[in-house]
Design a protein around this ligand. Structure first.
Ligand code: HEM
Length: 219
């Protein structure tokens, strides 16, 4: 059975799916505003604007929840880079995703009490959660309260700066989502990681052939 604290506790699952729903809402309403034209009417512009702002505020609060959970509820330990993660970890994991997975090879970095993310996943989540996510939120707030901020940034009118930065950062985020949803299917079965993220790991997981029977998830 899985030893140690649960890797997918309730607070994390609530955060994750609320975050995903908010993100999709922000994507749809953001695209609606970006491509705003009278000939593109599926959602009223003012409704998009209102919903986007409300979802952005909620997303900021949920983001803080995830940071607190990482700081105080133990999830942060999965982000710690440990020996072997960079080299040979990144190459091994990339090789697994590129061909090992199609040959039915076993995962090079199975889950254990201190490992939920494989090295590549860890690096991507580190960049996404601690760099791109705050950048997305900060530039969103820059657009939300432009009058309260300096009028020029990097020689550009501040509103233009926030708008361009916010758009590019979130185009990147949309690409991340596509890769993220695919990699979510690369557990031991297609649905395993989704099941864990939805139902949690209350009943633990037996690793096939594990001498200690430690919990294992193949991400
Ligand atoms: C429909 C949208 C989404 C789906 C289907 C989805 C699916 C999943 C699945 C199956 C996992 C578990 C596998 C793992 O531990 O890596 C996961 C974890 C994760 N997802 Fe998503 N996700 C979605 C949206 C997002 C968004 C928008 C973000 C934004 C940052 C995100 C960030 C994360 C993070 C950080 C984890 C690891 C959480 C942790 O264990 O600490 N996901 N996701």
């Amino acid at each position: 059975m899985m030893s140690g604290p649960r890797a997918y506790p309730l607070w994390l699952r609530v955060w994750h799916w609320a975050n995903a729903a908010l993100f999709l809402t922000l994507l749809v309403t953001g695209l609606r505003m970006h491509y705003s034209a009278p000939s593109f009417p599926p959602i009223d512009f003012r409704v998009s604007h209102l919903v986007h702002n409300a979802a952005g505020i909620l997303l900021t609060l949920f983001y803080l929840l995830y940071i607190l959970g990482n700081l105080f509820l133990g999830n942060g330990r999965y982000y710690r880079i440990v020996s072997g993660d960079i080299s040979p970890g990144l190459m091994l994991q990339a090789g697994y995703y590129i061909h090992g997975i199609f040959l039915g090879r076993s995962h090079p970095f199975p889950h254990g009490p201190d490992r939920k993310f494989n090295p590549l996943q860890k690096l991507i989540y580190l960049a996404v959660v601690f760099l791109f996510f705050p950048a997305s939120i900060l530039t969103g707030w820059g657009l939300f309260v432009p009058d309260k901020l300096p009028q020029g940034v990097l020689g550009m009118p501040s509103f233009a700066f926030w708008a361009i930065a916010h758009t590019y950062i979130n185009f990147f985020f949309s690409l991340f989502m596509i890769v993220h949803v695919y990699l979510g299917t690369t557990g031991e079965t297609l649905g395993e990681l989704y099941r864990l993220m939805w139902f949690g790991d209350a009943h633990g997981h037996e690793e096939k052939g594990s001498p200690k029977g430690e919990g294992t998830v193949r991400a």
